[in-house]
Design a protein around this ligand. Structure first.
Ligand code: ADP
Ligand code: MG
Length: 589
C-alpha cells in the first residue's frame, strides 16, 4: 500500500506528495472519504490525480492511498441489463444504498457477488487452455449465453471442471498447477483488449433506418459519427439505432448530456422489446451514464469503461454496437482536466493529444478473429471465432460548426459520416441527415451482402435515387433564378420525384409504431416503386399535360408504402408495384 498526503486541490484535479512508487494511471483513494481517482501525472515528488467525484470539502493534508494498480473493469456474467457510472459503479444498486443521489466515496460491486449461475463446461479434464479459450458458458439473459474465457495471464492443463451452480468468484475448475478458474476477470480500461487480428468487415449493421441501410451504411465492426447542433436529433438517432440495430449486444454511453436525456433512456429502455426476439431489450444492453451534473473526471473515463465492456462481449464472438452520446462532452472533460494540469493548450483550448485520443477510441472498433479457441456453440474447441465492435459516436459541435477540433478529428477516422442539419430539423424533416454531405466509405465492403440478400438492382436503384437528389440540388439553384414555371416537363418531374424521395423515403419517424423500423427488403420495395413510377411518368411526358401527370394515383400510393405493416409488407408491396407499373399503360391507352 502506497500512502501520501494531499498537497493541493484544483477542482477535479488533486495533487499529492509522498506517493513513492506510484505510476501513471494507478487507482487511488483520496481523502478521509476515500474518493476514487486516477494518477494522471507524476512529476518529481508530486503527483496529479483526476478525482472521479466532487472534491468540495477536501483539505490539504488528508491521506491519499493506492495499492499501485490501475482502475480495472470487472468482467463476468451479470453485466447485461446493468446501468453503471463512468467507473463501473452500479447506479441502481447505489441508489438503493445511498438514496437518490450517489453519496461520495460510495462503492458497489459491479457484478452481483452472491448470485449463482449455472455453469456448463465445454472443455474437459486434460485439455490445455490459454488466453481467450472458451471453457464453458452460463445463460446470462434469456437470449444471451455468456461464454467464460481464460484470462490473459493464465494457461495450463485442466485438472478439474464441473457443471454446477457457482457465484462469479467460486472456482468452476482448476488447472494442474492449482490455479482456480473463475467466471469473473478484470481489465485495465485504457488498454484495448487484444485480438488475433482484425478482419475485413462485410456485413452491415442493419438498423431499420432507410437513410443508413440504403444510403450510408455502417458495417458490423465499422464506425460512424453523427455530428449535429443541439436539437437536430443525435440522441433520438442513437437511441433508435440502439433499439433496432441487429447487434447481439448494445453498450450505450450517455456521456455528459443533460440528466433528463439520460433519464429518458433509463426509464424507456427497460420497457422496450427486441423486435426480433420479443424479449426485453435490456437483456442485451448495458448502460453507462455520466450526465452533465456528474463529476467531469468520471465522464472522461466512461468512454473507456464502455468500450472495454464492448470488447469483452466481442471476444465471446458477439457483434456489439457501442453508442457514445456525446463524444464532445467527453472531449470537454479532457480539456478541463488538461487545463487544471496547466498543460499547454492546443486548438480551442483542447490538449494537443485530442487527435490521438479520438483516434485511439475509434480504433477499438473492428471485426476481429478473437483470442483463443472455442466457438460460441462450444462444439469444436479448435475453431476460432469472430466478433465485432461497431462504434457510433455523436458529436455536438458548439453552434453546429463542423470545423471545430472534435468534429474534425473524428471525421479523419470515421468510416461513415452522418451529418445532421439544423435546417432539416427545423423543417421537421427527420432523421435530419443531410443526404448531400453525408457519406459512407463502406459501400464496396458491403456490396456482396446487398447483392446476395437483396439484389444487384438494389445498388443501381440506390445510385439512381442519389442522382435524383443531386440533380435536384443543382436544379434548385436554377429555379431560384428563373422560377419553376420556366422549367421543362422532364425537369419538373425530376423535382417532384426528388420530393417523393425526400418526403416518402428518407423521412422516417422514430416515434411511429410501424415506421420506426423498416426492414431492408421493404426499403427495397419502396425504391423499386419510386424508380418504376418515375419511368412510367417519363414515358407519359409529351402524351399528356404535366398537370395530369401530377394527378396520377401513383404519387399517393408510394407515400403510403412506409405504413404497410412490417409482418406482411411483401404482399402489399408486390400489389402496389403491379399497380404502379400499369399507370403508364392505362393512362396512355
Ligand atoms: N428520427 C426522428 N423522428 C421524429 N422526431 C425526431 C427524430 N429525431 C429527432 N426528432 C425530434 O427532434 C427533437 C430533438 O432531438 P434530439 O435527439 O434530442 O436532439 P440532439 O440530441 O441532437 O440535441 C426530438 O425531441 C424529436 O422531437
Ligand atoms: Mg442529445
Amino acid at each position: 500500500m502506497i500512502q501520501g498526503k494531499i498537497s493541493r486541490i484544483s477542482g477535479p484535479v488533486v495533487r499529492a506528495r509522498g506517493m513513492e512508487g506510484i505510476k501513471i494511471r494507478d487507482l487511488v483513494q483520496v481523502g478521509d472519504l476515500g474518493l476514487l481517482g486516477e494518477v494522471i501525472e507524476v512529476k518529481g515528488e508530486e503527483i496529479s490525480i483526476q478525482v472521479y467525484e466532487e472534491t468540495d470539502g477536501l483539505t490539504v493534508g488528508e491521506p491519499v492511498k493506492s495499492d499501485g494498480r490501475p482502475f480495472l473493469a470487472q468482467l463476468g456474467p451479470g453485466l447485461l441489463g446493468m446501468t453503471y457510472d463512468g467507473i463501473q459503479r452500479p447506479l441502481e444498486i447505489l441508489r438503493d444504498l445511498t438514496g437518490n443521489f450517489i453519496a461520495r466515496g460510495a462503492t458497489g460491486d459491479p457484478l452481483a457477488k452472491n448470485k449463482k449461475w449455472h455453469f456448463i463446461p465445454t472443455v474437459k479434464v486434460g485439455d490445455s487452455v490459454s488466453y481467450g479459450d472458451i471453457i464453458g458458458w452460463v445463460q446470462e439473459s434469456p437470449t444471451i449465453k455468456h461464454y467464460v474465457m481464460i484470462p490473459e495471464s493464465v494457461s495450463g492443463v485442466i485438472a478439474q471442471i464441473k457443471e454446477g451452480d457457482y457465484t462469479i468468484e467460486e472456482a468452476v475448475g482448476l488447472l494442474k498447477d492449482g490455479v482456480p478458474l473463475k467466471m469473473v476477470q478484470s481489465w485495465p480500461i485504457r488498454r484495448p483488449r487484444p485480438a488475433q487480428r482484425k478482419v475485413p468487415t462485410s456485413l452491415p449493421l442493419v438498423s431499420g433506418q432507410r437513410i443508413f441501410d440504403v444510403f450510408f451504411p455502417v458495417p458490423k465492426g465499422g464506425n460512424a459519427i453523427i455530428p449535429g447542433p443541439f436539437g437536430s436529433g443525435k440522441t433520438v438517432m442513437q437511441q433508435s439505432l440502439a433499439k433496432w440495430s441487429d447487434a447481439d449486444i448494445v453498450v450505450y454511453i450517455g456521456c455528459g448530456e443533460r440528466g433528463n436525456e439520460m433519464t429518458e433512456v433509463l426509464t424507456e429502455f427497460p420497457h422496450l422489446e427486441d423486435p426480433r426476439t420479443g424479449a426485453p431489450l435490456m437483456n442485451r444492453t448495458i448502460l453507462v451514464a455520466n450526465t452533465s451534473n456528474m463529476p467531469v473526471a468520471a465522464r472522461e473515463t466512461s468512454i473507456y469503461t464502455g468500450i472495454t465492456l464492448a470488447e469483452y462481449y466481442r471476444d465471446m464472438g458477439y457483434d456489439v454496437a457501442l453508442f457514445a452520446d456525446s463524444t464532445s462532452r467527453w472531449a470537454e472533460a479532457l480539456r478541463e482536466i488538461s487545463g487544471r494540469l496547466g498543460e499547454m493548450p492546443g486548438e480551442e483550448g483542447y490538449p494537443p493529444y485530442l487527435a490521438s485520443r479520438v483516434a485511439e477510441f475509434y480504433e477499438r472498433s473492428g471485426r476481429v478473429i478473437c483470442m483463443g479457441r472455442g466457438t460460441p456453440e462450444g462444439v469444436k474447441p479448435s475453431d476460432s471465432r469472430e466478433g465485432s465492435v461497431t462504434v457510433i459516436g455523436a458529436v455536438s459541435p458548439p453552434g453546429g460548426d463542423f470545423s471545430e477540433p472534435v468534429t474534425q478529428n473524428s471525421l479523419r477516422i470515421a468510416g461513415a459520416f452522418w451529418g445532421l442539419d439544423a435546417r432539416l430539423a427545423y423543417s421537421r424533416h427527420f432523421p435530419a441527415i443531410n443526404w448531400l454531405t453525408s457519406y459512407s466509405l463502406y459501400l464496396d465492403a458491403l456490396r456482396d451482402w446487398y447483392v446476395s440478400e437483396l439484389s444487384e438492382e438494389f445498388l443501381t436503384m440506390r445510385t439512381e435515387l442519389m442522382e435524383i437528389l443531386q440533380k435536384e440540388d443543382e436544379m434548385n439553384k436554377i429555379v431560384q433564378l428563373v422560377g419553376k414555371e420556366s422549367l421543362s416537363d422532364p425537369d419538373k418531374l425530376l423535382l417532384d420525384v426528388a420530393r417523393t424521395v425526400r418526403d416518402d423515403f428518407l423521412r422516417q419517424s422514430a416515434f411511429h409504431e410501424i415506421e420506426a423500423y423498416c426492414p431492408p427488403k421493404k426499403a427495397f420495395y419502396m425504391m423499386k416503386a419510386i424508380t418504376t413510377f418515375y419511368a412510367q411518368c417519363q414515358s407519359l411526358l409529351g402524351k399528356m399535360p404535366y398537370s395530369d401527370v401530377l394527378k396520377l394515383p401513383g404519387w399517393e400510393k408510394i407515400s403510403k408504402m412506409r405504413y404497410f405493416p412490417n409482418d406482411n409488407f411483401e404482399v402489399q408491396c408486390e400489389a402496389a408495384l403491379k399497380e404502379l407499373a400499369q399507370e403508364g399503360v392505362v393512362q396512355s391507352a
